[in-house]
Ligand binder design. Structure first.
Ligand code: DGY
Length: 458
């Protein structure tokens, strides 16, 4: 328990000497912070399986796409080469058409279901057949700009065409011209697996043919913190649909039973494309930069497709029915990270922030606490995810919304300091939910909220 860490410092002081008190406080704070830093490093090293990192032992025993990218930012704080390696191993599993899978299975592990056999997605590597939020370009661009080492920079430059290929894959299959937003074909692609945003769109998934299966996640985490059986039946129906389609992404994107334009994926891809275009310029790939600028324009239109004028929020939208989810989720606040929204939209989002900020002890809940489906301990139906906090913070800090940015950074650091490196946290009590010793939470502590520095704009 981080709360039980011992601290050092003199114990007898004059209570009138406030300067002395301050020094002791600073010294205690830095001793605690040092201990937490080393615990975070230990988590990353312990979850390292040799060039790739598992999100947490037991519950998630393989390499996950966006987990690895956030983890690379953590490694970069003490081992730049290992940070790049994490991204290189992820891209080893890229398919010929540019697709980057959400899980890379390097071996079969009975701890996890659905494993490689259930996906049956054949490529050079055994992988899943769906993707995940494309945060890679942003991390690669950050690492490239931060590095002073030519060897590291050239390894990152070698990843550039691979990331471009993945972004082209999105635009070929997942950014339809009528929506211009990123369409997911499985809730797991969003990374926000059981968000209420998917409930209405999932209701039409036919689960009558789902074959019997045994969940493994419930052996590692409290069932009240995990998706329900109905959610899982739907997840498996979609895996079976993809497998029967031979993971033909054209078929899945045009005929799949679940096709939702995701606010999280769209904001993240838009931001990633801005970062990739910057990297393209720095690397001298000017034609590619122009191509990426076209993608940016398209995704900016996509963000508007996701504006729900009735609920006055950016949210996900079912492309089959055209219905908005109508929910303000933590992903809605990524509008700053993507740098979208006109003055009125930004003002409405700021009002949601105020309202939710009053209702939540800690920010940013994954689901709106004023909604009936809010559940402060159940996975993506309420709990706080530090990686989303990082992206929301970054967007707010870059836009100069410093007070809001600072609240996110402070709440994130307080949660980790008080409750440990959990998978997620209750916005009501702060208690940890899901897995423990989580790699991306440790990485975000090291790379972001645990650092003593202030937001960039302050
Ligand atoms: C799971 O198994 O819970 C994962 O989120 C799927 O990616």
């Amino acid at each position: 328990m981080l709360g039980e860490l011992s601290v050092t410092g003199p114990t007898r002081i004059s209570i009138n000497d406030t300067r002395f008190l301050w020094l002791i406080h600073a010294r205690r704070r830095s001793a605690v912070t040092d201990n937490i830093d080393s615990k975070a490093e230990t988590i990353l090293r312990d979850n390292d399986r040799g060039g790739f990192t598992v999100p947490t032992a037991g519950l998630y025993p393989y390499q996950w796409n966006w987990d690895s990218i956030f983890v690379s930012l953590g490694f970069a704080t003490f081992d730049e080469s290992r940070a790049v390696k994490e991204i290189e191993t992820l891209f080893e599993a890229q398919w010929d058409d540019g697709f980057l899978p959400h899980i890379v299975f390097r071996r079969d592990d009975p701890d996890y279901f659905p494993g490689p056999g259930a996906w049956d997605a054949r490529s050079a590597f055994s992988t899943s057949g769906i993707t995940q939020p494309p945060v890679a370009a942003s991390a690669i661009n950050d690492l490239w700009k931060a590095s002073a080492d030519d060897g590291i920079k050239s390894r990152l430059a070698a990843l550039f065409p691979k990331v471009v290929a993945w972004h082209r894959w999105f635009h070929k299959y997942r950014v339809p011209g009528d929506a211009n937003a990123v369409v997911i074909t499985h809730p797991w692609e969003s990374g926000r697996d059981n968000s209420p945003e998917w409930d209405a769109a999932s209701a039409n998934i036919d689960i009558s043919g789902v074959k019997p299966y045994k969940r493994r996640d419930l052996e590692h985490a409290d069932p009240h913190m995990r998706p329900t059986k109905l959610d899982y039946d739907r997840y498996m129906a979609l895996v079976e649909f993809g497998r029967e389609a031979g993971w033909d992404h054209e078929v899945i994107a045009t005929q799949g039973p679940f096709r939702v334009a995701d606010v999280g994926m769209t904001m993240i891809l838009l931001r990633a494309t801005r970062d990739l275009a910057e990297l393209a310029g720095n690397l001298g790939h000017l034609d590619t930069k122009t191509e990426l600028e076209g993608y940016i324009e398209q995704l900016e239109k996509g963000a508007q497709y996701l504006w729900d004028d009735a609920r006055k929020t950016f949210c996900s939208r079912d492309t089959i029915t055209g219905a908005h989810s109508g929910y303000v989720s933590s992903a809605s606040f990524l509008y700053g990270y993507a740098d979208v929204g006109d003055a009125e939209q930004r003002q409405k989002m700021a009002a949601h922030w105020e309202r939710i900020g009053k209702a939540s002890r800690y920010m940013v809940p994954s689901h709106d606490p004023d909604e009936t489906l809010f559940d402060h301990m159940r996975y993506w139906r309420g709990p706080i995810w530090i990686v989303i906090n990082y992206m929301v913070w970054r967007g707010f800090a870059e836009r100069g919304w410093n007070e809001r940015a600072e609240r996110i950074r402070r709440d994130s650091a307080d949660l980790i300091r008080a409750y440990g490196f959990n998978e997620a946290f209750s916005p009501v009590t702060g208690a940890g939910t899901g897995g423990k010793d989580f790699s991306w939470t440790a990485a975000m502590w090291l790379a972001w909220c645990g650092k003593d520095n202030r937001p960039a704009t302050e």
